[in-house]
Design a protein around this ligand. Sequence first.
Ligand SMILES: [Zn+2]
Length: 53
Amino acid sequence: MLIKNQPIYNSGDKPGKGRYRCMKDRNRIRLERDSDILPKCPICDSRRWEKIV
Ligand SMILES: [Zn+2]
């Protein structure tokens, strides 16, 4: 189930430290620093992420 009103981020953004979930396959990653850049999803190559709160 996708939560539509979560903010969406793209690879290349620096959305700040925290956990993010791939919009396509729900793979989760963690950014450790506010200066970290969102990568492409290592599983499916998707560029779209939602923040996990
Ligand atoms: Zn993915």
